[in-house]
Design a binder for this molecule. Structure first.
Ligand code: PTJ
Length: 250
């Protein structure tokens, strides 16, 4: 990584840019992954680059949902891998979730590099790579809609991040409970899914791990109560409010 002094006022943001740039140079970030990151950065700026109370509530509900699931799957792509691969492995272990590679711009080369990243982190059975006979959700025979039979294809809960709206809708239409990490509260993904975490993936996954450690010893009724008390419509309204009240304080 390019040396960024820790004292730099935009240190965290610059580190994320470096990771995205490096992932691009290593050949596993989609070309438009750069654009997607830039859009996320802008929304992050508007919400003050911190986890709001509504995001924390959505995070807690998401963890309860993963812990209650029969076959929970964490879907990963180029951007989520660049920013949070190690933490994603920890979250999968804490919540007994599977990890599946699901790329919007799928190429053999990108799949290969990404699966090696997870293997090098000690996560052996990554799903969705080319060694499997992949199926297609909703019978959309497109490389964008691949699904591993034991993963997303049969999952009851899927966690997606930086996901395209069409694919999020296909998952919802197929009866999956979908959790999305998306900084844009107005995106089609944010509106389509069951739980939207309007926050940066780099802050979300570590907090999910913290909640998973707390909640995994709780009984099912306790977890169900958390899930039942959550309204995604309210959550999205509150997230939008954060942007509306962002004021010039100069
Ligand atoms: O690796 P691939 O081939 O699967 O491609 C991945 C991208 C991200 C290129 C693809 O899924 C895509 O084009 O996504 P979109 O439609 O640009 O949506 C990305 C969404 O993620 C946008 O709403 C961004 O605001 C949001 N976003 C960007 N960075 C972050 C983020 N959300 C959370 N944390 C971030 N760091």
């Amino acid at each position: 990584l390019y040396m960024i002094p820790k004292s730099h006022p935009r240190y965290e943001s610059l580190i994320q840019r470096e990771k995205i740039k490096d992932a691009y140079k290593e050949g596993y970030l989609a070309d438009s992954g750069m654009i997607a990151h830039g859009r996320g950065e802008a929304f992050d700026y508007l919400i003050g680059e911190k986890t709001s109370l509504s995001s924390e509530k959505a995070i807690k509900t998401s963890v309860a949902t993963l812990l209650l699931a029969k076959n929970p799957v964490i879907s990963v792509n180029g951007n989520s891998t660049a920013l949070a691969a190690k933490e994603i492995v920890d979250l999968a272990n804490e919540t007994n979730s599977k990890i599946e590679i699901n790329l919007f711009y799928r190429t053999e080369k990108r799949v290969h590099i990404i699966s090696n990243i997870y293997r090098n982190l000690g996560y052996e059975n990554i799903l969705g790579d080319d060694s499997e006979n992949l199926k297609y959700i909703d019978n959309i025979d497109s490389p964008r809609a691949t699904a591993s039979e034991e993963g997303i294809y049969s999952a009851d809960v899927v966690l997606v991040s930086l996901e395209d709206g069409d694919r999020a809708e296909v998952l919802v239409d197929n009866g999956k409970k979908v959790i999305a990490i998306d900084l844009n509260p107005l995106s089609r993904t944010a509106k389509a899914v069951d739980i939207t975490i309007v926050d940066n993936i780099v802050r979300v996954i570590p907090l999910m791990i913290k909640y998973a450690k707390q909640l995994k010893s709780k009984d099912k009724n306790y977890l169900k109560k958390i899930v039942n008390e959550f309204s995604n419509t309210e959550n999205l309204k509150k997230s939008l409010n954060l942007i509306e009240v962002a004021k010039f304080e100069g």
